[in-house]
Every structure is written in C-alpha cells, then in structure tokens.
Design a protein around this ligand. Structure first.
Ligand code: ADP
Length: 455
C-alpha cells in the first residue's frame, strides 16, 4: 500500500508531536508513524519538567534568570562539547516554545513551583501537572485529534526512500508484517528518540554499559532513526556520550520520580550510613559515585520538612505502593526503623543525620556544599528507598544544522530529511542537564515542522 503526505513524522514523542502539529499548522498534510502500540516514547514516562529562562513562574517567584546564564549552564554541563549555536537556539526559543505548550497545546504547568536540576544556577524548570510527561503527551494527542493528524501506531519505519537526485521522498514502513510506503512530497522528520534501550548499539560505543545496566527508556528507543539515516550517509556526532540517571529502581531500571525529593533536599547515603556525593551534582558524577558504593546502590532519605514542599510521595502514590510491596521503599516514624529495614549501619546513619541537621540549621553544608541548601531531617514520617543508576539519555546522534536539516558526510544537508529530539547529537555535549530534553524536543521539533512544511 502507498500513502501520500507532505510531511511524514517518524516517532510520537515530544519531538514528533511538536513537529507534526507545527507542520500541520503551516498547511502541510501530515502523518505520524509510531512503532509501538501506544504513543509517547520516553516523553511520556519522563517527569516532564522543562527549563525556560525568564519564564512566567520565575517572574512571579522573584527569581532572576536570563538566556545567557542558561546557555552558560548548559554548555558547562556538557563539558563545553555542546554546539554553542544549537544551545543558543535552545535558549532563545525556549520561552516561545513553553508559551506555545501552555497557550496552544493547553499543557498545564504549576504556577507556583519550579525545579532546579543539577547543573543549573537557578530554579528554571517549569513543572507540568502531576509532574509527568503524560500531561503534555495527552494534550498533544488531543490537539493532534482536533487537527485531524493521523497517528499510525504499530507502524515501524524500516528505511528512508530517496529519489535519483538523493532527495528523501518517503519512508518504507511495516505494519502487521506488511510493507507500507509513505510518500512525503516535502520532507521526512526523524523523531525516533535515542538508543538507550539498544544494548548492542550502546555497548558498541561504551562497552561498560552492558546488560548489567537497566534503562529508563521506553522499549522502542533503539536508535532506528540514526541507523536509517546512516544508510544515506548521514553524519553522527558524540555517540560515545551516554548518560546514566543516578536514581532508578533497582529491579526495573525505571527512573524514580518519587525520589525527585532529592531536588528539595533529600540526601543520599550508602550502606555504611554515610553521604558520599553532593546530591545535586551532575548525573554522571552521582552515577559514578553510586557505582563505587557497596552493592552499587544508594539510599535516598527524606522526611516531612522536605515532603511538604516536594510532594513526591503525594503525587507518585502508585510508585510508592509498588516499591513498598517489593521491599525497595519504606515509610517510617523513625530513621532507625528505616536503617533496620535496609540493613544500613544505624549508628553511622544517625550520626550522619545529626550532621545534616546541624548543616541545615547553619545554612552551610560542610561535607559536600549542597548547592540547594540542606533541609533538616527531624519530622516524621521519614521515607527511604534504594536506588541505582541506569542508562538514560544518549547525547550523541545525527548531525543537524540550525534548520534541523540532517547533514551528510559531505557536510551538506540531505535534501528532504530533518531530525529533532534525542535522535540528534549536537546540543548537549557530554552530558544533558535535567529539564533540557523537554526544551530540546519542543524547540527543535517546532523548527523541524516549520522547515519541512515550508520546503
Ligand atoms: P523525543 O524525546 O526525542 O521526542 P521519544 O523517546 O519521546 O523521543 O519518542 C520517540 C518515539 O519514536 C518513541 O515513541 C518510539 O517508539 C518511536 N520510534 C522509534 N523508532 C521508530 C521506528 N523505526 N518507527 C516508528 N517509530 C519509532
């Protein structure tokens, strides 16, 4: 079967939806194809926070921020290996992208709360309702529905089709074991995400990240877009930079959203009862530090003083129940009880907590200079969960230009081929900062949609 469209978008995460909706609004006939039975990819299962310097919540909270500071933080966070031009676009387009999400897509953001992820100088991440990507993916679906953009699930893109001049003119896909051709008169947008769930592909670049590591990624995140484009001699960059997320479930590898209490002062301790890293350090630094501890695990600890601001137990009740049932998380009236549950050195832990309380009161963390400021751990209930790192984000991917055109090995754009989101490889350098993926996929997804539609 053959189907005719102007723009074919491959992948239904944040980048794919942003691109498809923008292309449709620019007048193109658009389709989204998605290999999984459901839409959303990694974008659905993230916490969904989005960095936006100078955003409306910052203004209301009296937080000073600006584009230049965000650029500086992002470049530094990626060890200055990120492309400054791409980072500038990310920063400059973040506010219009967020306003578009808020006003047009109708994503609900909390109006009185922000996140400060590791590596950011100030609180600048907007928080979607319920702290999950489900908020924006569900709103994207509603908008796609309203605009009558077809979404073909269980449809896997297998290869890009080009004409004799080398221009990309469509996608060969598979649905129920049958071949389907999607012709694209204007362009194909790859929004297939990274390759964190593809063990063979990731160990090719970083042998250490083998099966011992879980992944936070959705199952479909296997580097397909990169592989399809490489067949057309597309250039890749930074493929060896693969980020682990430090705080994930020890059994499934899934990212722990309940442990986002860390951004509000929850501490990390080891089996011996001691802190071992600054809790708001970069993800790679914390991950490596955890892997150096007994059993390659960390314990996240917090109490009511933190929960009253973080609300993570409150909003992630299901996660709590599952972890609790499996013996990976407990709630208790005393910290001693938690130490007993996990077999942590009790005396050492109580001594450590006493020091944290002292540092919190003095406003100075003499152990690790916690950048957010420590909070006291005095008021019950207390919470503790065990966690370990797992493979999270692949910073590398396709080389694109500022118009999201995919660049070939001759340094020229491959006509008709665009890419946005985690499938691309220039923005984040060695290490993507928390909250930058949502900004990335929305900003560059919108550019890809506009560019492809206007071809
Ligand atoms: P991003 O954050 O860059 O938008 P996501 O991980 O959220 O990326 O979404 C990528 C989506 O692309 C996932 O839903 C994934 O299942 C889908 N996908 C990956 N490879 C293919 C493919 N070959 N054909 C169709 N969809 C794909």
């Amino acid at each position: 079967a053959e189907q005719e469209f102007d723009v074919v978008v491959v992948g239904s995460g944040g980048a794919g939806f942003s691109a498809a909706i923008t292309a449709k609004n620019a007048g193109a006939k658009v389709v989204i194809i998605e290999k999984m039975p459901t839409v959303g990819g990694n974008s659905l299962i993230t916490g969904g926070q989005m960095n936006v310097p100078g955003n409306w919540v910052q203004k209301q909270m009296g937080i000073e921020d600006n584009i230049e500071l965000y650029i500086k933080d992002t470049l530094k966070g990626g060890d200055f290996k990120g492309d400054p031009e791409m980072v500038r676009i990310l920063a400059e387009q973040s506010l219009p992208a967020a306003e578009w999400l808020r006003d047009y897509i109708k994503v609900e953001f909390y109006q009185d709360q922000l996140f400060q992820f590791g590596g950011h100088s100030v609180k600048r991440a907007l928080i979607p309702k319920n702290h999950t990507g489900a908020e924006w993916i569900s709103k994207f679906m509603a908008k796609a529905d309203e605009l009558q953009i077809p979404i073909h699930t269980r449809t896997t893109a297998k290869a890009l089709i080009k004409d004799q001049s080398g221009r990309v003119i469509g996608v060969e896909a598979e649905h129920n074991g049958k071949k389907v051709i999607y012709n694209a008169s204007k362009g194909v947008i790859l929004a297939t995400g990274g390759f964190g769930a593809n063990v063979a592909m990731r160990t090719k670049f970083v042998p250490e990240l083998d099966n011992r590591y879980g992944t936070t990624n959705a199952r479909g995140i296997t580097g397909d877009g990169i592989k399809m484009a490489e067949k057309l001699k597309a250039k890749t960059a930074n493929m060896g930079y693969i980020q682990t997320y430090p705080i994930c479930h020890v059994d499934t590898g899934v990212i722990s959203l309940i442990a986002d209490s860390r951004f509000f002062g929850a501490i990390l301790v080891n089996k011996e009862g001691n802190r071992f890293v600054e809790e708001l350090e970069r993800r790679d630094v914390i991950s490596r530090a955890i892997l150096a501890q007994t059993n390659q695990q960390a314990y996240v600890l917090w109490g009511q003083e933190i929960e009253q601001y973080a609300h993570t137990v409150d909003v992630h009740q299901e996660e709590f129940e599952e972890l609790n049932r499996k013996g990976f998380m407990y709630k208790a009236d005393s910290i001693e009880e938690l130490a007993d549950k996990f077999g942590i050195d009790k005396q050492a832990l109580m001594a450590q907590v006493a020091r944290v309380n002292q540092f919190a009161k003095a406003g100075k963390d003499q152990q690790f200079s916690h950048r957010g400021g420590l909070k006291t751990l005095l008021k019950p209930p207390f919470y503790m969960l065990v966690a370990k790192p797992s493979v999270h984000h692949t910073m590398g991917g396709l080389v694109t230009d500022t118009h999201t055109r995919v660049i070939g090995d001759n340094g020229q754009p491959i006509p008709g081929l665009f890419a946005a989101g985690e499938v691309t490889g220039l923005t984040h350098g060695t290490n993507r900062l928390g909250g930058n993926a949502i900004t990335d996929v929305t900003v560059f997804g919108r550019i890809a949609g506009r560019e492809a539609a206007n071809l």
